[in-house]
Design a protein around this ligand. Structure first.
Ligand SMILES: Cc1cc2nc3c(=O)[nH]c(=O)nc-3n(C[C@H](O)[C@H](O)[C@H](O)COP(=O)(O)OP(=O)(O)OC[C@H]3O[C@@H](n4cnc5c(N)ncnc54)[C@H](O)[C@@H]3O)c2cc1C
Length: 406
């Protein structure tokens, strides 16, 4: 019976372990935390957005994005749903995003754990993997407590994204010691920080808005904080902003504070309100109170250089025009991103040119790398978990069948 060690009991590790065990391998999962799937249990705000009906390589970033295209063609959305069914999870769909029907991420972790137990997979928690050595017989996997031997090893160690852990993160060191090239890991799907003088004013506002950067516009709930801007639309552009901040000190994103209306519709509304007010016109504040969240009125007015009590007349002057333009394209200068512990994913990771489509290392036969540890990161919407299941299942299949040292 082939002996497989899965290092890391997160999403991809559990998928790999279950798949390998279903194929008849003797599987041991080494997880450094006190339980498996801790991150999985908090995904999607506790609801676990595990995949997405709208699947394409465009939702993935990496130095070799064609790798993601190959992975998702080998493990489709239907495969992800079938995998969930096979462990007892029924799905529901919201705007393309797939979730467990009971909307409980913990139920997904529980189902995967139950399946691992049913398959007699050995799960060792509190097992901090510190190194992997290839030898004549196979592999030795070193933990702080003891060494384990295996015919094949699946490294499913994830990244530090969203993790607050006192123990050092060793995955990169392990991979580099094995001769792999690892791109630096950076936080993505995270908030963006700025010091624009607006942050104290808008702190706590949640509003429907859009944010644009580099020709990409994302719409949804914006969360405006004392540090900057957050929310799913911000997460979606955070990868390209984070890239830009590697070479530039600042990046300017553009906020649309009322995406449901065009600039022209807003202009007509301003004119209508001013006309209804008669010859004395109407103040900016009076118009904006029906347009923006209250806290955003001074923010937008100040940015546009328009006094809140200044009057707007039916014939809009350049000040009023400027106010309309500012509401529709509010420039916001970003100087940083949230750190790893606040991010939902990390860019960078193991160079996928050194990984076969089976997730086996090109350099070390019998060694597999899965999930976020690879240099691929997905958009918000279930894409990272889809990649975790995909790479886990592909690695588990190959390690237990054709690949590996035996
Ligand atoms: C708050 C939050 C919400 C998210 N929501 C979603 C969502 O709804 N949809 C989505 O698609 N993605 C979401 N993600 C991203 C998704 O959770 C990850 O991309 C996915 O879990 C990656 O799977 P993985 O197996 O590569 O890593 P992980 O799931 O992180 O698993 C890695 C495991 O390895 C263990 N480990 C690390 N080092 C060692 C070591 N040295 N020895 C032993 N064990 C070790 C870790 O403790 C962990 O259990 C979210 C992330 C966060 C932080």
């Amino acid at each position: 019976m082939k002996k497989i060690i899965v290092a890391g009991g997160g999403a991809s590790g559990m998928a790999a372990a279950i798949t390998a065990a279903r194929n008849g391998a003797a599987v041991t999962v080494l997880e450094k935390k006190e339980q498996v799937g801790k991150k999985l249990s908090v995904t999607g705000n506790g609801r676990c957005n595990f995949s997405n009906r709208t699947m394409s390589a465009d939702f993935y970033h990496g130095n070799d994005a064609s790798f993601a295209a190959r992975v998702i063609s080998r493990f489709t959305v239907k495969d992800a749903v079938d995998f969930m069914h096979s462990v007892g999870i029924l799905e529901t769909e919201k705007n393309g995003g797939l979730y467990p029907v009971n909307l409980q991420a913990q139920a997904v972790t529980g189902a995967l754990y139950a399946e691992m137990k049913r398959l007699n997979i050995t799960v060792v928690t509190g097992a901090d993997v510190t190194g992997v050595k290839r030898n004549e017989k196979g592999f030795t996997v070193r933990t702080t407590a003891k060494d384990y031997s295996a015919d094949a090893v699946i490294l499913a160690l994830g990244t530090e994204a969203g993790v607050r852990d006192k123990n050092p993160y060793t995955a990169v060191k392990i991979l580099k010691a094995l001769g792999h090239h690892v791109y630096p890991q950076k936080p993505v799907l995270t908030q963006l920080y700025g010091k624009n003088g607006t942050e104290d004013w808008w702190n706590g506002v949640r509003m429907t808005g859009a944010v644009s950067y580099n020709g990409v516009t994302e719409c949804g709930e914006l969360q405006l904080t004392r540090e900057g801007i957050s929310g799913i639309p911000v997460f979606q552009i955070s990868h390209s902003v984070s890239e830009a901040l590697r070479s530039e000190k600042e990046a300017v994103v553009c906020l649309d504070l009322i995406p449901e209306y065009t600039e022209e519709e807003l202009r007509e509304f301003f004119k209508m309100r001013a006309a209804a007010a008669g010859k004395d016109g109407v103040t900016a504040e009076e118009i904006l109170q029906g347009v923006l969240p209250r806290k955003m009125i001074p923010v937008a007015s100040k940015k546009a250089g328009f006094k809140r009590d200044a009057r707007i007349y039916e014939q809009l002057d350049s000040g009023a025009e400027n106010l309309i333009k500012t509401i529709k394209s509010f420039p916001y200068t970003v100087c940083g991103t949230g750190d790893m512990s606040m991010a939902q994913a990390a860019s960078g990771g193991v160079d996928t040119r050194e990984i076969k489509d089976t997730m086996e290392s090109v350099k070390i036969p019998g060694l597999y790398v899965t999930g976020e540890l690879l240099d691929i990161d997905g958009a918000c919407g279930g894409y990272n978990l889809h990649f975790a299941w995909s790479t886990g299942v592909l690695a588990g299949e190959d390690a237990s069948c054709a690949g590996g040292t035996k």
